[in-house]
Design a binder for this molecule. Structure first.
Ligand code: M6R
Length: 608
């Protein structure tokens, strides 16, 4: 949700800012801009993708060695030139990721003092506020602290001052920000991909610490103006991992990475064939003391939670429920002794998930985060963290992160079942072997169906709306299949428990309405067949995704069928998820859409 970058050093800043913004464009892409500092501040911005800004900058001479840049996901004000960042005042230029909640009152007061606003953004109020305070004594660190004390909401700011060329200042609250020192100079960014080409070591400054970047390096200050140390972190992602590598889109590349990501994740958490998390709560007896598991997340991560809840209940017989993070804390949930809260997040920066985590912690509930980005806010604040070593996920549509989240939840369910005395080591080992070896192989085999699925997808490109139906675990999977399709193809779709259709939504089925029917769960197979018959007899065109063994066992009516190269177990979910992701991908690609950057979306939703 908005990408910010900054560079100051020995080289021209502009190319570095643009390549950083290009690596962060997944965070927002409705407008972009840069501000460069030399004798004076120059700001250039443009509505549209980064390419529009590049076009605007063409032909200029841009030798400045210090600058900041921004790629926007609009919250306040339409995506037009004047709302793009950076926002400039006489004394400074500012980029911002987050939301200033009290911007309206600040704007009114600042306008009264004579500030002339040029945008409808919340950010400009912070820029003018800082401008005025900085004008009092020209001390940037003090001025930033004084300013942020007056701000409500979330922010990561990058600021350059007209009278301090060569220096960039930055600070964050509830929004991600990293800084790094490399050969070429010092960098500022919202996320690691922007830095990978220059360094793998970076600082993730603590909240409320002001950073000063110069060609000489990076310093951090606390609110008394004292220099403080911050922890240097390193990332093991490579530049290649953050590139498309010959694939047309990041999304399809990331789907193809699933077998390896799954294998890596499962192996990481296995010891002698059994789940081992190197965590006293999860490895010890404490796990047996939990009476309820609450899984909290947003979007795709929340859908992984649905799968996890099924598996925890099924194997460990511990009640598990899933909560949408944005609703959680406002619902005043009943929490208590015996609860374990699991938070799922690819980015670890999702504002709603972070707020839910804080709410649970304040109530004294133990929290466990399953996160892909090392050192992210959710990971840092949770009591316990399990990382999913899936590598960077760049496409806005989450794919491999979902698969590995499901895998970690499967391991937790097995471990919990053992701790509760519901599963012996022999059975647990069998499931772990299956997860470590068979599942990645099944996902690999599913990828070979890509061409077949593409053919089916082409026939769906003109669909107005469609249904995903399934029962039991398939029902959870359908929610994700449906979300994937709608977010990238813009075709309306609904996920329905197959048995629930006839209680209302079946009235929407008419001749040729496409219905994706998922059938991987043996004990509800016959019920699914009835649901398929019901929709077909009302004219639906049924596209059946079915496991090999169920296809052999039953006579099932369908219009198109994909036989999944997997056998029906609770772990079928992985191959089936891959198949549904491929379907969504091919529909969107066949519609000629920008698959990696769907309209109105951003990868990491860092505002509530
Ligand atoms: O980074 P997170 O996993 O916390 O993100 C949560 C959702 O915003 C995310 O899964 C979103 O639903 C994806 N775009 C779906 O593909």
């Amino acid at each position: 949700m908005c990408g910010i970058v900054g560079f100051t050093g020995k080289r021209a800043a502009l190319p570095l800012l643009l390549s950083g913004l290009s690596a962060l464009e997944y965070r927002g892409y409705d407008s972009a801009g840069v501000a460069l500092a030399a004798e004076r501040l120059v700001t250039v911005k443009s509505a549209g993708r980064l390419s529009c800004l590049q076009q605007k900058l063409k032909g200029g001479v841009w030798g400045q060695t210090c600058g900041i840049g921004h790629t926007r996901w609009a919250t306040h004000g339409a995506p037009v030139d004047h709302n793009a960042h950076p926002h400039a005042t006489p004394r400074l230029a500012m980029v911002h990721n987050g939301i200033i909640e009290n911007y309206a009152e600040l704007t009114a007061a600042l306008c009264e003092q004579g500030c002339v606003f040029r945008s409808e953004t919340d950010t400009e109020s912070a820029a003018w506020l800082l401008d005025g305070i900085y004008g009092e004594n020209h001390d940037p660190v003090q001025a930033i602290f004084k300013t942020i004390k007056q701000l409500r909401g979330s922010f990561a700011f990058g600021v350059i001052f007209a009278d301090r060329p060569g220096e960039i200042y930055a600070v964050r609250r509830d929004s991600p920000l990293i800084v790094a020192q490399a050969e070429e100079g010092s960098f500022l960014a919202s996320d690691v991909p922007a830095l990978l080409a220059h360094t793998k070591a970076y600082y993730r400054p603590d909240e409320g610490v002001v950073c000063r970047l110069s060609a000489q390096g990076v310093c951090f200050f606390d609110d008394e103006g004292k220099e403080v140390a911050q922890r240097l972190e390193t990332v093991d992602w490579s530049v290649e991992q953050a590139r498309k590598d010959g694939f047309e889109h990041f999304m399809i590349k990331e789907i193809y990475e699933e077998p390896q990501a799954l294998q890596r994740t499962v192996q990481h958490y296995l010891k002698k064939g059994l789940p081992r998390f190197q965590n006293p709560m999860l490895d010890g007896d404490a796990l047996a003391s939990f009476k309820r598991v609450i899984l909290v997340a947003c979007g795709t991560a929340m859908h992984a939670g649905l799968v996890g809840a099924y598996r925890i209940e099924k194997m460990a017989r511990v009640p598990a429920r899933v909560e949408i993070a944005s609703e959680f804390r406002y619902a005043d949930p009943v929490l208590g002794t015996g609860d374990l809260m699991i938070l799922l997040s690819q980015s670890g920066e999702t504002a709603d998930t972070l707020a839910a985590l804080r709410h649970a912690k304040a109530q004294g509930v133990p929290t466990l985060a399953i996160v892909n980005v090392v050192g992210s806010s959710v990971a840092r604040e949770a009591d316990h963290v399990l990382y999913t070593p899936a590598g960077p996920e760049i496409a806005v549509a989450s794919t491999k992160a979902y698969s590995v989240q499901c895998a970690v939840l499967e391991l937790i369910a097995i471990r919990m079942a053992m701790a509760k005395g519901r599963m012996d080591a022999h059975r647990a080992r069998g499931l772990c072997v299956q997860l470590a070896d068979h599942v990645p192989a099944e996902v690999l085999a599913t990828l070979e169906l890509s061409d077949r699925i593409r053919t089916l997808a082409v026939a769906l490109t003109d669909a107005q709306h469609l249904f995903y139906i399934g029962r039991d675990l398939d029902c959870a999977l359908c929610t994700e299949g449906s979300l994937k399709l709608k977010e990238i193809s813009y075709i309306h779709s609904e996920a329905y428990a197959a048995g629930e259709l006839k209680h209302g939504a079946i009235s929407l089925i008419e001749r040729d309405t496409p219905v994706v029917a998922l059938m991987t769960v043996p004990h509800v197979a016959e019920k699914m067949i009835s649901a398929i018959r019901e929709v077909r007899s009302r004219g639906a065109r049924v596209i059946l995704f079915i496991t090999r063994d169920l296809a052999e066992r039953y006579e099932i009516p369908f219009d198109d069928c994909v036989q999944l190269p997997v056998s029906s177990t609770g772990q079928t979910v992985f191959g089936a998820a891959t198949a549904l992701q491929l379907l969504a991908y091919h529909v969107a690609a066949a519609r000629g859409l920008d698959v990696d950057k769907p309209r109105n979306l951003a990868k990491s939703v860092t505002v509530e």
